[in-house]
Structures are given as structure tokens and as C-alpha cells.
Write a protein that binds this ligand. Structure first.
Ligand code: GAR
Length: 314
């Protein structure tokens, strides 16, 4: 697992107890992420000292700086972060920053979302007389505390609870929830079964296609059995390659060489298949753009479909 762990950056503003939970969970052999950076908007946040003592790289950025968001983006890129976990990070993230990290930022919030967004959560729970509250881990989108919910934990409200006592108990539950939910979320990006399901849904949405195998690998075919062709193959670390890649047909060897030279993090030359005109597109990264994968499938489908199929498809 070690080599293909997702590189996780954690952003904090304060004591960082959720950050600590994420760090300690990462010591497990089967944890799918590795903390590569702890940073945030408060250069003196207590959590940064803890991270430093635990040997995790720390960047002390100042949220008051005019260049804060650019500095943060640069720090995340320098650390090679694949994914970002907000852990008590109390700044609203601007839209242009979010766009650069779309789908790759998660947050923990101390309520059962969609109830009680924003601040003052525990006071609101008590004022409403709720008997159950909890915490949620969700993806971060421009609308505050409203992205896809990845997991939740329930916590009972006790008679006589104060906001502080409730917050303390919810925090214990948060520490259990965050590493578990984040691990499950990040593990799926390298899970061949999950990836195959993503590809299959898009490949089979194209006309006259069917699922096949190619030398044991999942593959997709267009056209009749006799006249059709394979237009996509899922290569799961075939021939000793590190990547899980989707093999598709492009414009030829020149285009393939060009793509590999310019975007080596995304494209690769598949062993054994390249001479037959296949190009590899990596599909095992959290930032995988599945619309882009769908475009490649469509393009490869066009290149491989028999004339009669193309005609029927218009
Ligand atoms: C946690 O309870 C977290 O859920 C909350 O801040 C606390 C941070 O504690 N986050 C939010 O309210 C986000 N809107 P920590 O620094 O000890 O992890």
C-alpha cells in the first residue's frame, strides 16, 4: 500500500484535535493516505506545534496576508498533495481556489448536516430541543457546508447538556468518524472495482457497446461481434506498471508521445498495447476528471466503431 497512498494535506486554524486523529490513524498499515503537510491560516495554531513534533511537514502561513490563498495553493502543490482535509479550518474558501481543487477537499462539521450549517451549532441543537446531534464529513463546494455528505455519526444529547459539554462529546465522535470516512473515500480512487464501475457506466452509455475482456482485463467493445472492435481496456497495473489506466485509441503514435511528454502525470505509454495504437489515461487519482475520461471514451468509440454503427448513431 505504502507507495500508492494518497498524499494528504490537512488545514487547521486551532488546536487541531481532528488533525491529530487523522495523523494517528495514518500509522495503520492499511491506511490509504499519508499526511504530507499540515498548514492553515493561523501561524501560531497549537495544532501546528503538534504536527511538527510528530514529524509532519508544517507551513506557518498567515491568513491576513494578501497573498494567503496563492501561498496556500503553492504550499499544497509543493507538498504534492492529492487531497486536502479541513480540520477546524475556520476560513471560507474562495471560489477560484475551490475550482483549482474541485472534488479534492473534505471538511468535518459538528452537526448532522444538512441541519445546523455554519457556527453556533451546539447552541442551536440545544435551543431546538433535539435529542440527537452528531457530526458530518462532506466534500467542500462553494455553498457553505452543503457538498456531498461522505459519512455521519450520531451523538445523543443528554439532559442538562451545555454547548461545551455537547461539543466535547461530539468531538470524540468526530475523531472516530473523520479518519474512517476519509480512508473509505480515498481508498476507492485506487480500488479497481470502483474504477471499473466508473468506466463501465460511461462506456456502456455509448451506442452499440458491450463489456468484454482483453487478456483478462475488463474491456469494452463497439459493434457486432464479427465486425466490431474493442475501444477501451482497463489496465490494472498490467505488466508491472504502477498505474491503473484506461487504454483508448487516439490519433496515433505522435499524439500519444506528445501527450505523455506534456502530461506525464495523466498519460502513459502502455506496455505491450502501445504499438497497437493504444494510449494510457490514468484513472486512479482523486483528481480524475471523469467527464474528460468520458470524452476519451467517446473519441475512442468513434475511432473504433464500424461504419454502420457510426451511421446509425448519427
Ligand atoms: C471541530 O469540532 C470541527 O468539527 C469544527 O471545529 C472543531 C475543531 O476542533 N469545525 C467547524 O465548525 C467547521 N465549520 P479541532 O481543531 O480540535 O479539530
Amino acid at each position: 500500500m505504502a507507495s500508492d497512498r494518497q498524499r494528504l494535506a490537512i488545514l487547521i486554524s486551532g488546536r487541531g484535535s481532528n488533525m491529530a486523529a487523522l495523523l494517528y490513524a495514518a500509522q495503520a498499515d492499511d491506511c490509504p493516505y499519508r499526511p504530507v503537510l499540515v498548514t492553515g491560516n493561523k501561524p501560531r495554531a497549537a495544532g501546528l506545534d503538534l504536527a511538527e513534533a510528530e514529524g509532519v511537514p508544517v507551513r506557518r502561513l498567515d491568513g491576513r496576508s494578501a497573498t494567503f490563498w496563492d501561498d496556500l495553493d503553492a504550499a499544497l502543490r509543493e507538498a504534492g498533495a492529492d487531497f486536502v482535509a479541513l480540520a477546524g479550518f475556520m476560513r471560507i474558501i474562495p471560489e477560484d481556489f475551490l475550482a483549482r481543487w474541485a472534488g479534492r477537499i473534505a471538511n468535518i462539521h459538528p452537526s448532522l448536516l444538512p441541519r445546523y450549517k455554519g457556527t453556533g451549532v451546539h447552541e442551536a441543537v440545544l435551543a431546538a430541543g433535539d435529542t440527537v446531534t452528531g457530526a458530518s464529513v462532506h466534500l467542500v463546494t462553494p455553498e457553505l457546508d452543503s457538498g456531498e455528505i461522505l459519512g455521519q455519526v450520531e451523538v445523543a444529547v443528554l439532559p442538562g447538556d451545555t454547548p461545551e459539554r455537547l461539543a466535547d462529546r461530539v468531538l470524540i465522535a468526530e475523531h472516530q468518524l473523520y479518519p474512517r470516512v476519509l480512508s473509505a473515500h480515498l481508498a476507492r480512487f485506487t480500488d479497481p472495482a470502483w474504477i471499473e464501475a466508473q468506466v463501465a457506466a460511461r462506456a456502456l452509455a455509448l451506442p452499440e457497446t458491450s463489456a468484454r475482456t482483453s487478456h483478462g482485463a475488463p474491456a469494452w467493445h463497439v459493434g457486432a461481434k464479427s465486425s466490431g472492435k474493442l475501444f477501451a481496456i482497463l489496465s490494472v497495473r498490467h505488466h508491472g506498471e504502477e498505474a491503473i489506466g484506461l487504454l483508448v485509441k487516439g490519433a496515433g503514435p505522435e499524439e500519444a508521445a506528445d501527450l505523455v511528454a506534456h502530461r506525464p502525470e495523466l498519460y502513459f505509454r502502455p506496455a505491450y498495447y502501445a504499438p497497437a495504437g493504444w494510449i494510457g489515461v490514468r484513472v486512479d487519482r482523486p483528481e480524475t476528471d471523469w467527464d474528460h475520461v468520458a470524452e476519451w471514451l467517446r473519441r475512442s468509440w468513434r475511432a473504433c466503431a464500424p461504419a454502420a454503427t457510426l451511421k446509425r448513431a448519427g
